[in-house]
Write a protein that binds this ligand. Structure first.
Ligand code: PLP
Length: 433
């Protein structure tokens, strides 16, 4: 038995046992890590109260939602189906906020209204969304939230930035006065202001957003009782990065909200909405080495796994790097990204899809770049860390007709529990006529 790193309770035996029991490839989640992250977030300093909403698009499997909700987090859903799914997992609508690009009409709008009757918080993200819900909200005196597009953003890549003018999330500042005039005519009250500027960016920009958002709130939202600073709390997957310091960010937000209170007499509650931070480092992809190749003496060495971009498309989308753990077929830890790497061996780890981008070792330009590790043999396992967020939920499943992989939880009682079964061939084909 060998520990993989200092922050997970999963060790090489757990990787081995999960692979034996459920076959590969699979997703493996460490419950203890998720619980620890929830506790860290809930302990964030705050002035007049804190709500932590988990952005469920990061990982929306029922058992994961239940663990996180059970720790006291609420939910941010990014679609009607996410809201329905959270509710089906046993989470009451009053613990769910909907922040979506969808503009529900017809049956969806009626469903949304029913959810709002049961307490769902609707975070309107466009003028059209506001117009669609206005009469219902006014007639039932249901207060709304608004997501504002602040005109500046951040993120670990351009694709993660949701705040600049290349992205279209929220009611843009240039539409705000018109939207608020319309709302006023309808006697609609916004009791929550929400801004989410992007994922994985610099904590400095996160702090700047706090200042910016409070000034927007003061100028435009006299009825707001709560301010949501969104998600995007930086988490690091590789050994060399620096994660967001939740204590420090909270301290900063607390001071700013207190200052705001002194100045205006308003005691704002605070919300944050992390996805990545809660689950990213709780997850592993566990796959098996099925082949090894080399592109000539001057070329690269390749390790081919039975799970690749169909398990995580993050390297291809963002050039993101995840730590590798090499575990022998007997369950022995051969190398960990978090320990000193003694081997000279380097290789690129790829999957089996017919797509050059099916790799876990892409650089910024999308080219395979070998990484150092112990040389695995055919049949050995590779565990890929930092795979709890935006891997299972974002995967281009069924490409090359690969079946959706199962999800396994390593519980706090140190047991393995399958929380989603492997898809079958019949299920993959079920809706074809
Ligand atoms: C995706 C998203 C989040 C979570 O972002 P993370 O970077 O995963 O923390 C929070 N709020 C909204 C509105 C989002 O779209």
């Amino acid at each position: 038995m060998s520990k993989l790193n200092d922050f997970n309770s999963v060790d090489s035996d757990v990787i081995f046992d999960a692979a034996q029991k459920y076959g590969t490839p699979l997703y493996l989640y460490d419950e203890q890590t998720i619980v620890d992250k929830c506790k860290t977030l809930l302990a964030m300093p705050n002035a007049f109260g804190l709500t932590v909403r988990y952005a469920m698009k990061a990982n929306s499997t029922k058992a994961i939602l239940q663990i996180i909700h059970g720790q006291g987090l609420k939910i941010d859903a990014s679609s009607m189906n996410e809201a329905r799914r959270a509710h089906l997992a046993g989470i009451p609508y009053e613990d769910i906020m909907l922040t979506t690009q969808e503009a529900p009409v017809d049956q969806d709008l009626r469903d949304l209204e029913n959810m709002m009757h049961e307490g769902l918080k609707y975070n309107v993200c466009s003028v059209r969304q506001l117009q669609n819900i206005a009469d219902f909200a006014a007639a039932n005196e249901i207060k709304l939230s608004m997501r504002v597009h602040p005109g500046v953003g951040t993120g670990e890549s351009a694709a993660h930035n949701t705040g600049d003018h290349y992205s279209c999330y929220g009611v843009h500042l240039s539409d705000l006065e018109q939207a608020l005039k319309f709302a006023k005519r309808k006697e609609i009250v916004f009791d929550l202001l929400h801004i989410h500027i992007g994922s994985g960016g610099d904590p400095e920009t996160w702090r700047e957003n706090i200042d910016h958002e409070l000034s927007i709130l003061e100028e435009y939202f006299p009825g707001a009782e709560t301010v949501s600073f969104g998600g995007g709390l930086k988490e690091v997957r590789m050994p060399d990065g620096i994660a967001a310091d939740i204590q420090k960010l909270g301290q900063y937000a607390k001071e700013k909200i207190e200052q705001f209170g002194k100045k205006t007499g308003r005691k704002l509650k605070m919300e944050i909405e992390p996805g990545t931070f809660v689950v990213a480092n709780a997850g592993f992809i566990v796959a098996k080495v099925v082949d090894k190749k080399q592109t000539g003496v001057d070329g690269l060495k390749f390790i081919i796994l039975n799970g690749g971009m169909d398990m995580s498309i993050r390297p291809l989308l963002y050039g993101s790097q995840h730590p590798f753990y090499i575990v022998s077929k007997a369950g022995e830890l051969l190398s960990s990204e978090f320990a000193e790497l003694n081997d000279e061996y380097t290789a690129a780890i790829v999957g089996t899809c017919c797509e050059t981008g099916d790799s876990q070792c892409l650089n910024d330009e999308g080219l395979n770049t070998p990484r150092q590790m112990s040389e695995p043999e055919i049949g050995d396992y590779v565990a890929i860390g930092g795979a709890g967020a935006y891997c299972s939920t974002m995967s281009p499943m069924n490409y090359n007709s690969h079946l959706q992989a199962p999800e396994v939880l390593y519980t706090r009682d140190k047991e393995l529990k399958e929380i989603r079964l492997r898809q079958t061939l019949e299920q993959m084909l079920a809706n074809e006529i």
